[in-house]
Design a protein around this ligand. Sequence first.
Ligand SMILES: C[S@@+](CC[C@H](N)C(=O)[O-])C[C@H]1O[C@@H](n2cnc3c(N)ncnc32)[C@H](O)[C@@H]1O
Length: 236
Amino acid sequence: MNTSRNRYLKDNDPDKFRTFGRAKGRPLSPAQSELFETLYPKIQIDCSETGAPLKGLDGFAEIWFEIGFGGAEHLIWQAEHNPRAAVLGAEPFEPGVAKALRGVQEKALANVSLQHGDARDVLGALPDSSLDKVLVLFPDPWPKSKHHKRRLINEPFLTEVHRVLKDGAEFRFGSDIIHYVDWTLTRVHAHGGFTWSPKSQSDWRVRGEDWPETRYLAKALREGRTGHFFKFDVRK
Ligand SMILES: C[S@@+](CC[C@H](N)C(=O)[O-])C[C@H]1O[C@@H](n2cnc3c(N)ncnc32)[C@H](O)[C@@H]1O
Protein backbone atom coordinates (compact mmCIF):
# COMPACT_ATOMS: atom_id res chain seq x y z
CA MET A 1 0.00 0.00 0.00
CA ASN A 2 1.10 3.54 -0.73
CA THR A 3 2.19 5.00 2.62
CA SER A 4 2.40 8.63 1.52
CA ARG A 5 -0.73 9.45 3.52
CA ASN A 6 0.96 8.80 6.84
CA ARG A 7 4.18 10.48 5.81
CA TYR A 8 2.34 13.60 4.74
CA LEU A 9 0.23 13.93 7.86
CA LYS A 10 3.28 13.54 10.08
CA ASP A 11 5.02 16.36 8.27
CA ASN A 12 1.94 18.55 8.55
CA ASP A 13 0.36 17.67 11.88
CA PRO A 14 -2.82 19.75 11.73
CA ASP A 15 -2.74 20.15 15.54
CA LYS A 16 0.57 21.95 15.20
CA PHE A 17 -0.17 23.88 12.02
CA ARG A 18 -3.86 24.56 11.83
CA THR A 19 -4.43 26.36 8.54
CA PHE A 20 -8.01 27.51 9.10
CA GLY A 21 -9.71 29.88 11.54
CA ARG A 22 -13.19 29.15 12.83
CA ALA A 23 -14.70 25.73 12.26
CA LYS A 24 -18.10 26.63 13.75
CA GLY A 25 -20.47 29.52 13.14
CA ARG A 26 -24.00 30.03 14.37
CA PRO A 27 -25.89 26.88 15.37
CA LEU A 28 -27.24 25.06 12.33
CA SER A 29 -30.89 25.59 11.40
CA PRO A 30 -33.11 22.47 11.49
CA ALA A 31 -33.00 22.36 7.67
CA GLN A 32 -29.18 22.50 7.68
CA SER A 33 -28.96 19.81 10.38
CA GLU A 34 -31.17 17.59 8.28
CA LEU A 35 -28.88 18.02 5.28
CA PHE A 36 -25.92 16.98 7.43
CA GLU A 37 -27.84 13.91 8.59
CA THR A 38 -29.34 12.82 5.28
CA LEU A 39 -27.38 14.19 2.30
CA TYR A 40 -23.87 14.50 3.74
CA PRO A 41 -23.36 10.76 4.46
CA LYS A 42 -24.30 10.01 0.84
CA ILE A 43 -21.69 12.33 -0.69
CA GLN A 44 -19.03 12.31 2.03
CA ILE A 45 -15.49 11.63 0.79
CA ASP A 46 -14.06 8.42 2.18
CA CYS A 47 -10.47 9.00 3.34
CA SER A 48 -10.03 5.63 5.06
CA GLU A 49 -7.37 4.29 2.69
CA THR A 50 -5.44 5.20 -0.43
CA GLY A 51 -7.81 5.40 -3.37
CA ALA A 52 -10.98 5.55 -1.23
CA PRO A 53 -11.89 9.14 -2.26
CA LEU A 54 -12.22 8.00 -5.89
CA LYS A 55 -14.64 5.13 -5.28
CA GLY A 56 -17.66 5.41 -7.58
CA LEU A 57 -16.12 8.14 -9.77
CA ASP A 58 -15.10 5.94 -12.72
CA GLY A 59 -17.76 7.37 -15.02
CA PHE A 60 -16.49 10.94 -14.85
CA ALA A 61 -14.21 12.39 -17.52
CA GLU A 62 -12.23 14.43 -15.00
CA ILE A 63 -11.76 14.72 -11.23
CA TRP A 64 -11.26 18.11 -9.61
CA PHE A 65 -10.61 19.02 -5.99
CA GLU A 66 -11.41 22.42 -4.48
CA ILE A 67 -9.58 22.97 -1.20
CA GLY A 68 -11.20 25.38 1.27
CA PHE A 69 -14.36 26.17 -0.69
CA GLY A 70 -15.66 28.66 1.90
CA GLY A 71 -19.26 29.58 1.05
CA ALA A 72 -19.25 27.06 -1.84
CA GLU A 73 -20.30 29.60 -4.50
CA HIS A 74 -17.41 28.61 -6.76
CA LEU A 75 -17.70 24.87 -6.09
CA ILE A 76 -21.43 24.75 -6.86
CA TRP A 77 -20.97 26.86 -10.01
CA GLN A 78 -18.22 24.56 -11.28
CA ALA A 79 -20.21 21.42 -10.55
CA GLU A 80 -23.29 22.82 -12.29
CA HIS A 81 -21.35 23.98 -15.37
CA ASN A 82 -19.11 20.92 -15.65
CA PRO A 83 -21.31 17.85 -15.23
CA ARG A 84 -18.66 15.56 -16.76
CA ALA A 85 -16.25 16.46 -13.94
CA ALA A 86 -16.50 14.96 -10.47
CA VAL A 87 -15.98 17.91 -8.13
CA LEU A 88 -14.52 17.08 -4.73
CA GLY A 89 -14.48 19.76 -2.06
CA ALA A 90 -13.10 20.04 1.46
CA GLU A 91 -13.91 22.70 4.04
CA PRO A 92 -13.70 22.60 7.86
CA PHE A 93 -16.08 25.56 8.41
CA GLU A 94 -19.47 24.02 9.19
CA PRO A 95 -21.67 26.81 7.73
CA GLY A 96 -19.69 26.57 4.47
CA VAL A 97 -20.37 22.85 4.22
CA ALA A 98 -24.04 23.56 5.00
CA LYS A 99 -24.13 25.99 2.03
CA ALA A 100 -22.50 23.40 -0.24
CA LEU A 101 -25.05 20.78 0.84
CA ARG A 102 -27.91 23.18 0.12
CA GLY A 103 -26.45 23.95 -3.32
CA VAL A 104 -26.13 20.26 -4.14
CA GLN A 105 -29.73 19.67 -3.09
CA GLU A 106 -31.24 22.73 -4.80
CA LYS A 107 -29.49 22.08 -8.10
CA ALA A 108 -29.79 18.28 -7.84
CA LEU A 109 -26.07 17.89 -8.53
CA ALA A 110 -24.81 14.33 -8.92
CA ASN A 111 -21.12 15.16 -9.31
CA VAL A 112 -20.17 16.62 -5.91
CA SER A 113 -18.38 14.85 -3.03
CA LEU A 114 -17.59 16.68 0.19
CA GLN A 115 -15.27 16.45 3.14
CA HIS A 116 -16.29 18.41 6.23
CA GLY A 117 -12.76 18.78 7.52
CA ASP A 118 -9.15 19.25 6.59
CA ALA A 119 -8.37 18.90 2.88
CA ARG A 120 -5.01 17.41 3.74
CA ASP A 121 -6.78 14.23 4.89
CA VAL A 122 -8.27 13.88 1.40
CA LEU A 123 -4.97 14.65 -0.32
CA GLY A 124 -3.22 12.00 1.75
CA ALA A 125 -5.72 9.35 0.64
CA LEU A 126 -5.50 10.16 -3.07
CA PRO A 127 -3.34 7.99 -5.33
CA ASP A 128 -0.50 9.46 -7.37
CA SER A 129 -1.52 11.20 -10.62
CA SER A 130 -5.25 10.83 -10.04
CA LEU A 131 -6.63 14.38 -10.39
CA ASP A 132 -7.12 16.77 -13.31
CA LYS A 133 -7.43 19.97 -11.28
CA VAL A 134 -6.66 21.19 -7.76
CA LEU A 135 -8.01 24.60 -6.80
CA VAL A 136 -6.84 26.63 -3.81
CA LEU A 137 -8.73 29.90 -4.01
CA PHE A 138 -8.03 32.74 -1.63
CA PRO A 139 -6.62 30.65 1.21
CA ASP A 140 -6.56 32.21 4.68
CA PRO A 141 -3.77 34.82 4.48
CA TRP A 142 -2.39 34.53 8.03
CA PRO A 143 -0.76 37.99 7.67
CA LYS A 144 1.31 38.07 10.88
CA SER A 145 4.77 36.58 10.40
CA LYS A 146 4.39 34.42 13.51
CA HIS A 147 1.38 32.82 11.76
CA HIS A 148 2.99 32.26 8.36
CA LYS A 149 3.59 28.64 9.34
CA ARG A 150 -0.20 28.23 9.24
CA ARG A 151 -0.41 29.11 5.56
CA LEU A 152 -1.83 26.23 3.59
CA ILE A 153 0.70 26.72 0.80
CA ASN A 154 4.03 25.35 1.92
CA GLU A 155 6.62 22.99 0.49
CA PRO A 156 5.08 19.67 1.70
CA PHE A 157 1.62 20.80 0.60
CA LEU A 158 2.85 21.64 -2.92
CA THR A 159 4.67 18.32 -3.09
CA GLU A 160 1.41 16.58 -2.20
CA VAL A 161 -0.64 18.61 -4.69
CA HIS A 162 1.90 17.81 -7.40
CA ARG A 163 1.86 14.12 -6.46
CA VAL A 164 -1.91 13.74 -6.83
CA LEU A 165 -2.19 15.73 -10.08
CA LYS A 166 -1.68 14.14 -13.49
CA ASP A 167 1.00 15.29 -15.90
CA GLY A 168 -0.44 18.34 -17.71
CA ALA A 169 -3.10 18.91 -15.03
CA GLU A 170 -3.94 22.32 -13.56
CA PHE A 171 -3.18 23.79 -10.16
CA ARG A 172 -5.28 26.92 -9.71
CA PHE A 173 -4.44 29.49 -7.04
CA GLY A 174 -5.92 32.87 -6.22
CA SER A 175 -5.21 35.48 -3.60
CA ASP A 176 -6.00 39.10 -2.80
CA ILE A 177 -2.94 39.38 -0.55
CA ILE A 178 0.20 40.37 -2.45
CA HIS A 179 2.50 38.90 0.20
CA TYR A 180 0.75 35.54 -0.17
CA VAL A 181 1.04 35.79 -3.95
CA ASP A 182 4.82 36.34 -3.68
CA TRP A 183 5.03 33.57 -1.06
CA THR A 184 3.26 31.12 -3.34
CA LEU A 185 5.09 32.05 -6.55
CA THR A 186 8.41 31.61 -4.76
CA ARG A 187 7.47 28.16 -3.50
CA VAL A 188 5.83 27.01 -6.73
CA HIS A 189 8.95 28.05 -8.65
CA ALA A 190 11.26 26.36 -6.12
CA HIS A 191 9.26 23.13 -6.37
CA GLY A 192 10.08 22.87 -10.05
CA GLY A 193 7.16 20.64 -11.02
CA PHE A 194 4.81 23.43 -12.07
CA THR A 195 5.03 25.73 -15.07
CA TRP A 196 3.45 29.13 -15.46
CA SER A 197 3.60 30.89 -18.80
CA PRO A 198 1.64 34.14 -18.70
CA LYS A 199 1.30 35.84 -22.08
CA SER A 200 0.44 39.21 -20.58
CA GLN A 201 -0.42 40.79 -17.23
CA SER A 202 -4.08 40.12 -17.85
CA ASP A 203 -3.33 36.40 -17.44
CA TRP A 204 -3.11 36.86 -13.71
CA ARG A 205 -4.89 40.19 -13.22
CA VAL A 206 -8.16 39.31 -14.90
CA ARG A 207 -10.45 36.64 -13.53
CA GLY A 208 -11.34 34.24 -16.32
CA GLU A 209 -14.90 33.39 -17.32
CA ASP A 210 -14.46 29.94 -15.77
CA TRP A 211 -13.62 31.48 -12.39
CA PRO A 212 -16.80 32.80 -10.76
CA GLU A 213 -16.62 35.40 -8.04
CA THR A 214 -17.29 34.38 -4.44
CA ARG A 215 -18.57 36.42 -1.52
CA TYR A 216 -15.03 36.45 -0.15
CA LEU A 217 -13.61 37.98 -3.34
CA ALA A 218 -16.47 40.48 -3.66
CA LYS A 219 -15.72 41.69 -0.10
CA ALA A 220 -11.98 41.93 -0.85
CA LEU A 221 -12.70 44.06 -3.94
CA ARG A 222 -15.09 46.29 -1.96
CA GLU A 223 -12.32 46.81 0.57
CA GLY A 224 -9.93 47.95 -2.18
CA ARG A 225 -7.85 44.82 -2.63
CA THR A 226 -7.13 43.22 -6.01
CA GLY A 227 -7.57 39.62 -7.05
CA HIS A 228 -4.64 37.68 -8.49
CA PHE A 229 -5.50 34.59 -10.52
CA PHE A 230 -3.01 31.85 -11.38
CA LYS A 231 -3.26 28.63 -13.37
CA PHE A 232 -0.13 26.52 -13.13
CA ASP A 233 0.48 23.47 -15.35
CA VAL A 234 1.84 20.32 -13.79
CA ARG A 235 4.99 18.86 -15.29
CA LYS A 236 6.01 15.33 -14.33
C1 LIG B 1 -10.44 33.01 2.95
S1 LIG B 1 -11.47 31.66 2.79
C2 LIG B 1 -11.81 31.59 1.04
C3 LIG B 1 -12.95 30.73 0.71
C4 LIG B 1 -13.19 30.45 -0.78
N1 LIG B 1 -12.11 29.64 -1.35
C5 LIG B 1 -13.36 31.70 -1.58
O1 LIG B 1 -12.49 32.03 -2.40
O2 LIG B 1 -14.37 32.36 -1.39
C6 LIG B 1 -10.36 30.29 3.02
C7 LIG B 1 -11.08 28.99 3.36
O3 LIG B 1 -10.14 27.93 3.42
C8 LIG B 1 -10.55 27.05 4.44
N2 LIG B 1 -9.40 26.21 4.85
C9 LIG B 1 -8.30 26.61 5.53
N3 LIG B 1 -7.49 25.57 5.77
C10 LIG B 1 -8.08 24.49 5.20
C11 LIG B 1 -7.74 23.10 5.10
N4 LIG B 1 -6.61 22.64 5.66
N5 LIG B 1 -8.57 22.28 4.45
C12 LIG B 1 -9.71 22.76 3.89
N6 LIG B 1 -10.10 24.04 3.95
C13 LIG B 1 -9.30 24.89 4.60
C14 LIG B 1 -11.08 27.97 5.52
O4 LIG B 1 -11.93 27.33 6.45
C15 LIG B 1 -11.79 29.03 4.71
O5 LIG B 1 -13.14 28.73 4.51
